[in-house]
Design a protein around this ligand. Structure first.
Ligand code: PLP
Length: 457
């Protein structure tokens, strides 16, 4: 934080951070030198920091605050549930009403034939659950060798050992000797960054064909599943070329492997459909969920499982896996209240019909900016590619850290936009209004101008 600090409490909190806290995905030394920005309250799509500064949160926290900040209904649901039954587990042939009701409510929204939910505390745990359930499934089918999970380079599937292994972030693999055995990666469908001289459609086919190539290389008899985000989020809001998913579906139809959609970001309306799988017409066997499920008001994740898979698991005796907080009643009550708001206020329908088309149209106006090589987006997801040369998609040298410069200007000008390398990304709350979209785009343009001034000087 390079602005002046005037509130003495800010200094106190920053000292606590330095002296006592280890922050996720952070350079500890750098953070202790600069001190974190302290976020103290929020309402709608806005945050306030401890210096009283108002910030438009175009990332919905970490992709999760679907219904926006400050929804009292969610706080009330948690308060009521804590008084009634704050906790009980589901390990010993017991269950609690909110978890069961939430499982039913989720099933109504998921693609046809996906009617069971295994609850976890997070998206990462959802993917850990997936890995174990998939291998258990194949063992029950008499094919215990089918263990390998195919994933994608630069995919994000969480930060537990399984999550980070499934993910394709090399900087995560480098720390902790990952991936664990039995997980292999194929190239991502990132045309702007890696498409070379191919057209987007040609590149989409090429990227999808890497799945078939890998299945044949590993041997179908050893492959358990393919996991992918419908749209890669943390990787940089990467929307596959139009040819990609249809070709992947053709390949999946040829081989006896499970298809897992990681819907942690795309799920619960972010694309304007309930799930990214609906948006692309995919039919997964399992979907990992989290984030938008509770709008981030309380941690919760899960794994939605297709009926024919459940049928096999039902014959298999104990599944030796679960978490103390699987189906936590307070989290489930908040999830129920969140899904009620999304449905009663027709938020997903509104995203699809009104606000997403408007956001996408306004964002694309930034294409004429000298730093911008591409603007893309779907629903309430967007990416702005910063380049040195628009025609050839050539990047600035990485030591220029253009994305980080832009992110800094955004923070200082009251806008949270994240940088993935030199790709600026947004994922605002689903409830963002037309006027707030105008503000977002105007601030983004101003920060692009400030970045250009600094980079081009
Ligand atoms: C955030 C994310 C996860 C991990 O969820 P956590 O709740 O942070 O464990 C998994 N998959 C995707 C696609 C995500 O964006």
């Amino acid at each position: 934080m390079n602005e002046q600090v005037t509130n003495p409490k800010t200094r106190e909190w920053q000292a606590m951070s330095r002296e006592h806290h280890l922050a996720p995905f952070s350079d500890f030394k750098q953070l202790s030198e600069n001190g974190p920005r302290i976020i103290t309250k929020a309402e709608g799509v806005y945050l306030w920091d401890s210096e009283g500064k108002k910030i438009l949160d175009a990332m919905a926290g970490l992709w999760c605050v679907a219904v926006g900040y400050g929804r009292k209904e969610l706080a009330d649901a948690a308060y009521r549930q804590m008084q009634e039954l704050p906790y009980y587990n589901m390990f010993f042939q017991t269950a609690t009403p909110p978890a069961l009701e939430l499982a039913k409510e989720i099933s109504k929204l998921t693609p046809e034939g996906m009617n069971h939910v295994f609850f976890t505390g997070s998206g990462s745990e959802g993917n850990d659950t997936m890995l174990r359930m998939v291998r258990h499934y194949w063992a029950l089918k008499g094919k215990p060798n089918k263990k390998v999970i195919i994933s994608r380079i630069n995919g994000y599937h969480g930060s537990t050992v399984a999550g980070a292994s499934l993910g394709g972030m090399t900087y995560m693999h480098e720390q902790g000797d990952l991936p664990i055995p039995g997980i292999v990666h194929i190239p991502q469908p990132y045309w702007f960054g890696e498409g070379g001289d191919m057209s987007p459609d040609e590149f989409g086919i090429w990227a999808a064909d890497q799945l078939e190539k890998k299945i044949l290389e590993v041997g179908e008899e050893n492959v358990a599943a393919f996991i992918a985000e419908p749209i890669q989020g943390a990787g940089g809001v990467i929307i596959p070329p139009e040819t990609y998913w249809p070709r992947i579906r053709e390949i999946l139809a040829k081989y006896d492997i499970l298809f897992i959609a990681d819907e942690v970001i795309c799920g619960f309306g972010r694309t304007g459909e309930w799930f990214g799988s609906d948006y692309f017409g995919n039919t997964p066997h399992m979907m990992t969920i989290a984030k938008g499920l509770t709008s981030g008001y309380i941690p919760m994740g899960g794994l939605v499982v297709r009926d024919d898979v459940v049928k096999v698991l039902n014959e298999g005796g104990d599944f030796n896996h679960g978490f103390t907080y699987s189906g936590h009643p307070v989290a489930a009550a908040v999830g129920l209240a969140n899904l009620r708001i999304l449905q009663e206020e027709k938020i997903v329908e509104r995203v699809k019909a009104e606000t997403a088309p408007y956001l996408q149209k306004r964002l694309r106006e930034l294409s004429d900016h000298p730093l911008v090589g591409e603007v893309r987006g779907v629903g309430m997801l967007g990416a702005i590619e910063l380049v040195q040369d628009k025609a050839t998609r050539k990047r600035y040298p990485s030591d220029k850290a253009v994305g980080m410069i832009c992110r800094g200007h955004c923070f200082n000008n009251g806008l949270i936009m994240r940088a993935v390398g030199d790709t600026m990304i947004i994922s605002p709350p689903l409830v963002i209004s037309h006027a707030e979209i105008d503000e977002l785009v105007e601030k983004a343009r101003k920060c692009l101008d400030l970045t250009a001034e600094e980079v081009l000087k």
